[in-house]
Ligand binder design. Structure first.
Ligand code: AHG
Ligand code: MN
Ligand code: MN
Length: 316
């Protein structure tokens, strides 16, 4: 029996308004997926010649994706505020709904030029708590990976599920119980940054490179897509660890990845699937945000691997 997202949402024991916000993000992602599929034909490629508030160059598709999310959330009376990577300030929507959405409308956009998986990440919060809430306060989190298949990965807390977009534009449940394997030998980190790393990161990665001749006692493998969505999706499906640690170059900014719409939703999903997520020194979901575009170190994935990194941080 096939279960669509709409059917699945209707039987969850969550507020129907919250479920409708998930449905709006899913609808936005269906439009984004369609645009991505033919963007080079339509000339929707390249930069727009502007930088966002974080000093990053915006691509046409970053803006188009953001506009699609705005359009769908404007239509949903349950949402009052949108926080987006592509919007300098929080966007007050026309409705006074109960929910806040934080989103990275197009993650990994540098991979667009080379036809490699990109994604949309989102978190849903109770508007009563304001914009700056710990990750533990998230009511739902999810992402959509635009890869060979378009996958919507979703959690309301306990449990993580995967829907796949079918040929008729409907999301169909394809995995009702995602579990991150506790152990893994696959790690993801941008090794070109090695000279900036702290001792804990250097120590952990050196052990992995040493493989069965080192302290971990097993051979490791490295994968780095450069789209957080794709790297985290691989980890949710088959285990592994993703690291974007604090390093000497990113230290003044607090890290590379953004807390509200990259780190927190991914940490929420990884924990809900039985994995762990940390800054190295603190559970990621316990970090109290002080700004909407705040950056944070991110280490997440299979529990045993994350614990190894934590042990390195505990040393110094
Ligand atoms: P975005 O495209 O939304 O700015 O995010 C890119 C992020 C993330 O997806 C990825 O893990 C990381 O940047 C890659 O960083 P490097 O370029 O340092 O590899
Ligand atoms: Mn991103
Ligand atoms: Mn982005």
């Amino acid at each position: 029996m096939m279960t669509t997202l709409a059917e699945w949402l209707a039987v969850q024991s969550v507020d129907s308004g919250l479920a409708s916000v998930v449905a709006s993000m899913a609808a936005a992602s269906v439009d984004i997926a369609a645009i991505l599929r033919t963007a080079p034909v339509a000339g929707q490629v390249g930069l727009v010649g502007r930088v966002n508030v974080q000093g990053e160059e915006q691509k046409q598709l970053d803006i188009i994706s953001n506009d699609i999310v705005v359009k769908y959330l404007e239509q949903n009376p349950q949402v009052s505020i949108l926080v987006s990577e592509e919007l300098d300030e929080p966007l007050q929507l026309q409705n006074q709904g109960r929910y806040v959405v934080a989103t990275d409308p197009l993650d990994g956009s540098s991979n667009l030029d080379v036809n490699v998986t990109v994604g949309t990440i989102f978190a849903i919060l109770d508007a009563a708590g304001g914009l700056l809430q710990k990750g533990t306060a998230q009511l739902a989190a999810g992402y959509v990976a635009y890869g060979p298949a378009t996958s919507l990965v979703l959690s309301f807390g306990p449990g993580v599920v995967v829907f796949t977009l079918d040929a008729d534009g409907r999301y169909v449940l394809t995995d009702g119980h995602v579990q991150v394997p506790q152990a893994s030998a696959e790690y993801a980190i941008n090794t070109a940054r090695e000279r900036f790393w702290d001792d804990a990161t250097k120590g952990y990665v050196a052990e992995n490179v040493a493989g069965e001749t080192g302290a971990s006692g097993k051979r490791h493998n490295m994968r780095w897509v450069g789209s957080m969505v794709a790297d985290v999706h691989r980890i949710l499906m088959r285990g592994g660890i993703f690291l974007y640690p604090l390093d000497s170059e990113t230290v003044s900014k607090g890290g590379r990845l953004r807390l509200l719409y990259e780190a927190n939703p991914m940490a929420f999903l990884v924990e809900a699937a039985g994995g762990k997520a940390t800054t190295g020194r603190q559970r990621l979901l316990d970090v109290m945000p002080t700004a909407i575009h705040q950056r944070v170190p991110v280490i997440l994935g299979s529990a045993e691997e994350v614990a190894r990194v934590e042990a390195w941080y505990a040393k110094g």
